[in-house]
Design a protein around this ligand. Structure first.
Ligand code: NAD
Length: 255
């Protein structure tokens, strides 16, 4: 059963020279990756994210923090992109390859599933769990082997390794943030998908797009602090809503 779609939304996407999409943990929920709110269950239920995802937590207890991230890496490795990720990759191909227009996918997720689904212009605002940084040299590289041989893991240079993700209290990478701001200022349609819109500065980008004249769309089964701001709220899971939307927006093949 498809979701009711406003024809004006479909027209706005078809007319858009530039589309920006922001995704959060919710888009990966249907792949089996818990959102922040659902994540700290089982052996982690007595922690809150701010006890684990901060530089202070790592300084205090690098073993626990790296064990937690390694468990998340192992979980993510077993998961596949879902229909929501795939619909966004399809929309990007249509918008850029078929029509020569712009499409930028901003994500707060660190799981890498958008790239695995085939999205090309992905801006990872919070980094990726697949890269780890040596705290001694600052050098980063990909670590795909799971699990690490010891906790906390060590780099080839003998320094502690930390995941190359943005922790609470840390700055977002400057180049990614500048790209995001530039695209938000000039986009015609901005999507906010599967994010509680509570983690700043990423949460502020919808305001920037709105203030710059973009039409805004939210895809989320629940209301969020920006539900009243957006032009369209599509209430439902991304894995159902996005394929239906993309199918409506794109002309049938052969036409
Ligand atoms: P969040 O956990 O705060 O919010 C998730 C949102 O997704 C909620 O609003 C929820 O209603 C919605 N949601 C749940 N299921 C959905 C579905 N099927 N379709 C659409 N929406 C759905 O996540 P956030 O806003 O991304 O912010 C928290 C931080 O957590 C981010 O910094 C992010 O980096 C990090 N995080 C990332 C991952 C990941 O990489 N997959 C997982 C957990 C947390």
């Amino acid at each position: 059963m498809g979701i009711q779609l406003d024809p004006e939304l479909v027209d706005a996407i078809r007319a858009a020279e530039s589309v920006v999409v922001m995704t959060g943990a919710g888009i990966s929920a249907e792949s089996g990756i818990p959102t922040f709110r659902d994540e700290l269950t089982g052996m982690w239920e007595n922690y809150d994210p701010e006890q684990l995802a901060t530089p202070q937590a790592f300084e205090r207890d690098p073993e626990t923090v790296s064990r937690w991230y390694d468990q998340r890496r192992a979980n993510i490795a077993k998961c596949e992109p879902n229909a929501g990720h795939q619909a966004l990759a399809t929309l990007e191909r249509w918008q850029t390859k078929d029509r020569g227009r712009r499409f930028t996918l901003l994500t707060q997720n660190i799981d890498g599933l958008h790239r695995r689904a085939g999205s090309a212009n992905v801006v990872e605002l919070h980094g990726t769990i697949w890269r780890w940084r040596c705290t001694k040299t600052g050098r980063e590289r990909e670590y795909r082997h799971i699990p690490f041989p010891s906790y906390p893991p060590l780099s080839e240079d003998g320094g502690l390794l930390r995941p190359a993700v943005v922790w609470f209290g840390e700055m977002l990478p400057e180049r990614e943030m500048m790209t995001a701001q530039r695209e938000c200022e000039s986009c015609d349609v901005y999507f906010s998908i599967g994010t509680s819109t509570q983690v700043f500065p990423a949460a502020g980008l919808i305001q920037l797009a709105h203030a710059s004249g973009a039409r805004t769309v939210e895809v989320n089964p629940e209301t969020t602090p920006v539900s009243n701001l957006v032009d369209w709220s599509l209430r439902g899971p991304a894995g159902t809503v996005l394929p239906g939307l993309v199918e409506r927006v794109m002309p049938p093949t052969g036409t």
